[in-house]
Design a protein around this ligand. Structure first.
Ligand code: ACO
Length: 332
């Protein structure tokens, strides 16, 4: 079958969050911290934490069902499922395959990808190619995480940051000039040690020793990640705007990765964007890694803040190190 490039857009969105709220005052009882420190240094007030029996695929499933309904589709319509996650239910089978079965997406291919907090944008870029080339018509892209399962609640420098959630987007062909106008992806593996889960893979398989040393949790060099994030968020957002043939003045809404309020503010300042054009929901959700952007995007669409014809820029950074951005002319 001849393949041709066609415009691709987001035609349905859905979200889910962990069932329980973890507040700053809860954390004050767990580690040496304070509501004041957390709010001023990160902008976070609460996070949604999943129950012990809830896995990443459970949150992904809830988000997927909502996104499919929003698009007027069912699992049977899907050609491909891509899940961006660093907290899969298990190393294999993939979370995307678990989801494929549960959604009844019988003829869909399915795979996970790992780009940490940039996972949704990496998935969006990948899914876009399959639809643009004509190989597939309908692709479900999900960012889903249960970071609470790999968060060390004795480490105050990380445990205040993370929450659990999932965001799903259905990609389909859209009208000429609409939908995803550009995507930009990047990586710097040299910075991999700044943010990692050191054990549990083939380098350091799980042993009693790795568990005792708490090596299955997130380890982060916060200050270095902070500096990297501020720089790369501005650069990546600019690159997506430029590649779309637009200027900063054309950007109606910026949806940045929600890692730290100060990172978002600094990136917005670099881009010269006023606060009312930046979507910020970190106060309620904390950092949900790959789920942060689709959850914030869905919230902005639902509230009417993003309307048809608006230019929306997504931008993320994450472990790897990775980064990614996209410019979208909203098509619905
Ligand atoms: N409560 C009270 N004090 C704290 C806390 C806390 N929760 N955490 C750290 N501190 C202390 C530190 O111990 C330090 O004390 P010291 O000076 O006595 O040593 C002091 O606060 C300052 O620490 P800094 O690390 O310099 O604080 P900073 O202002 O940089 O904020 C933070 C730390 C919030 C982690 C920030 O660096 C940050 O947001 N970094 C980026 C994190 C990020 O985006 N990560 C992405 C992960 S996503 C993924 O891919 C999974």
């Amino acid at each position: 079958m001849p393949e041709r490039l066609r415009p691709v857009g987001i035609v349905g969105l859905g979200t889910a969050a962990g069932e329980d709220l973890l507040t700053n005052s809860d954390l004050e009882k767990m580690v040496d911290t304070s509501d004041e420190w957390i709010r001023t240094r990160t902008g976070i007030g609460t996070r949604h934490i999943s129950k012990p029996e809830t896995a990443t695929s459970d949150l992904a499933y809830r988000a997927a069902v909502e996104a499919l309904a929003d698009a007027g589709l069912t699992g049977a319509d899907l050609d491909l499922i891509i899940v961006g996650t660093v907290t899969p239910d298990m190393p294999f089978p993939s979370t995307a395959c678990l989801l494929q079965s549960r959604l009844g997406a019988d003829h869909a291919a399915a795979f996970d990808l790992n780009a940490a907090c940039s996972g949704f944008i990496y998935g969006l870029a990948a899914g876009r190619q399959f639809v643009a080339t004509g190989m597939y018509d309908t692709v479900l892209v999900i960012g889903a995480e249960t970071l609470s399962k790999i968060t060390d609640y004795t480490d105050r420098s990380t445990c205040v940051l993370f929450g659990d959630g999932a965001g799903a987007a259905v990609l389909r062909p859209v009208g000429e000039g609409e939908g995803i106008l550009s995507t930009v992806l990047g990586a710097d593996g040299g910075g991999g040690e700044l943010l990692m889960q050191p054990a549990g893979g083939s380098r350091r398989p799980a042993t009693h020793e790795t568990v005792d040393q708490r090596l299955h949790y997130i380890h982060m060099s916060g200050g270095d990640v902070f500096k990297f994030a501020v720089k790369v968020m501005g650069e990546a957002a600019d690159a997506a705007v430029e590649r779309a043939g637009l200027t900063r003045a054309d950007v109606d809404v910026l949806v940045p990765h929600q890692a730290n309020r100060r990172i978002i503010d600094a990136a917005a300042k670099r881009l010269g964007l006023p606060e009312d054009r930046v979507v910020i929901n970190i106060g309620e959700f904390g950092n949900m890694s790959s789920a942060s952007i689709p959850v914030a995007l869905h919230e902005a669409v639902r509230s009417g803040r993003i309307k048809r014809g608006d230019v929306v820029v997504l931008v993320a950074f994450g472990a790897g190190l990775t980064w990614g951005s996209a410019a979208i002319r909203w098509s619905r």
